[in-house]
Each structure stands twice: as structure tokens, then as C-alpha cells.
Ligand binder design. Structure first.
Ligand code: ATP
Ligand code: MG
Length: 183
């Protein structure tokens, strides 16, 4: 699966609907301090299921919703959508049949959080399942943030094993076994 588009609306500083096309293998995002570069990565981790506000540099989850500026009123909902090319059919299970996959999360100020895959309402777990074992996840190694390298270098053996199992694609089977055993 290859990420082709990222669509944001009402998410942090991206108040107006913003479509980011990702045409190549290597994309650089540049801009002055505070222009929203890190917010893009926060958006990716959020749509993948991040549930801790602190991981997204906020105090509460509602902090991801555009909260206004001196010239703009706050908005009532945030949404982020990631679009993947799945023409090789690599996505797991029922999703393998779609040439394109859209993963979307919407949050409203009253706390309603919804996930969608190809506009079908799904559970958070369906989204995490889709990416499990791929290295892409809210805290998986596909996103190397500031401090991640030292976190890996300084990891205890049991923590390091979690990274290695994700890379080897074992996580998916371990999760399924846990579910089966009702743990
Ligand atoms: P740097 O180069 O310093 O790392 P950056 O480009 O990574 O900067 P970000 O951290 O992505 O910048 O963006 C910070 C900006 O996003 C701040 O101006 C902040 O006010 C704005 N911002 C964050 N959350 C919200 C929100 N909920 N509503 C409106 N603006 C927000
Ligand atoms: Mg930054």
C-alpha cells in the first residue's frame, strides 16, 4: 500500500480543507517555525488511532480541533483522511479487493470520535488491524519522531522485541492469539 493523499479539515492549524498530494517516494515539508509541519505528522498518527492527547502535544483530545485565532472562529469538528493506493491488493482481509483505500477519523467537540474505511463506519480496532505488522501505526516505527532513535537505542530487551516483532510481521498473530485466548 502506498500513501497517495492526506486530507485535513479543522485539524489543528489546518482549519480549511487541505488536500496534500504525495506523488513521489521522497517528500519534504519545509516552512518557518510554527507553520504546521509537525501538525501534519500529528494528523497521520491521529487518524491511525492515537488516543493519548499528550502524544499529539495537547492536553485533551479536543485540542486537535482548530480552536480559533484572533481572526478566525473555532470550528466544531476535525477530520483527517489518508488515501492509499492498494492496486497490488496487499491490504489484509476484506480490504484487499479495493484498488484504493481511504482511512478517515472524525472528532467533534462533544467527544464523538468515528473511524471510516472507504466511508464505511468501522471500529478503531479495524483501523489498527489494517496496519498491524506494517510498521505503520500511531506509535510504530514507520514514524520516526524526535527522540525515537534514542528510545530504540536505550530500549530494554523486552521493549526492543516489540519493535522487532512489528518489523517481522508477528504482531498480527500475537494479537489474534490473545483475542482467541480471551486475554
Ligand atoms: P517548528 O519548525 O517550530 O517545529 P512546525 O512547523 O512543526 O514548527 P507545528 O508544531 O506543526 O509547527 O504547528 C504549531 C502551530 O499550530 C502553532 O501556531 C499552534 O498555534 C497551531 N495549532 C496547534 N493546535 C491548534 C489548534 N487546535 N487550533 C489552532 N491552531 C493550532
Ligand atoms: Mg515541528
Amino acid at each position: 500500500m502506498r500513501l497517495t493523499k492526506l486530507k485535513l479539515a479543522g485539524f489543528k492549524s489546518f482549519v480549511d480543507p487541505t488536500n496534500v498530494e504525495l506523488p513521489g517516494q521522497l517528500i519534504g515539508v519545509v516552512g518557518p517555525n510554527g507553520c504546521g509541519k509537525s501538525n501534519i505528522i500529528d494528523a497521520v498518527r491521529w487518524v491511525l488511532g492515537e488516543s493519548r492527547a499528550a502524544e499529539l502535544r495537547g492536553e485533551s483530545m479536543q485540542d486537535v480541533i482548530f480552536n480559533g485565532t484572533t481572526t478566525r472562529k473555532p470550528v466544531s469538528r476535525a477530520s483527517v483522511e489518508m488515501v492509499f493506493d492498494n492496486s497490488l491488493g496487499r491490504a489484509v482481509g476484506q480490504w484487499s479487493q479495493y484498488a484504493e483505500l481511504s482511512v478517515k477519523r472524525v472528532l467533534t467537540r462533544n467527544g464523538q470520535s468515528d473511524y471510516f474505511i472507504n466511508n464505511l463506519k468501522v471500529r478503531r480496532k479495524d483501523v489498527t488491524d489494517l496496519f498491524m505488522g506494517t510498521g505503520l501505526g500511531p506509535r510504530a516505527y514507520a514514524i520516526i519522531g524526535q527522540g525515537t532513535v534514542s528510545r530504540i537505542i536505550e530500549a530494554k530487551p523486552e521493549e526492543l522485541r516489540v519493535f522487532l516483532e512489528e518489523a517481522a510481521g508477528v504482531t498480527r498473530y500475537k494479537e489474534r492469539r490473545k483475542e482467541t485466548e480471551g486475554r
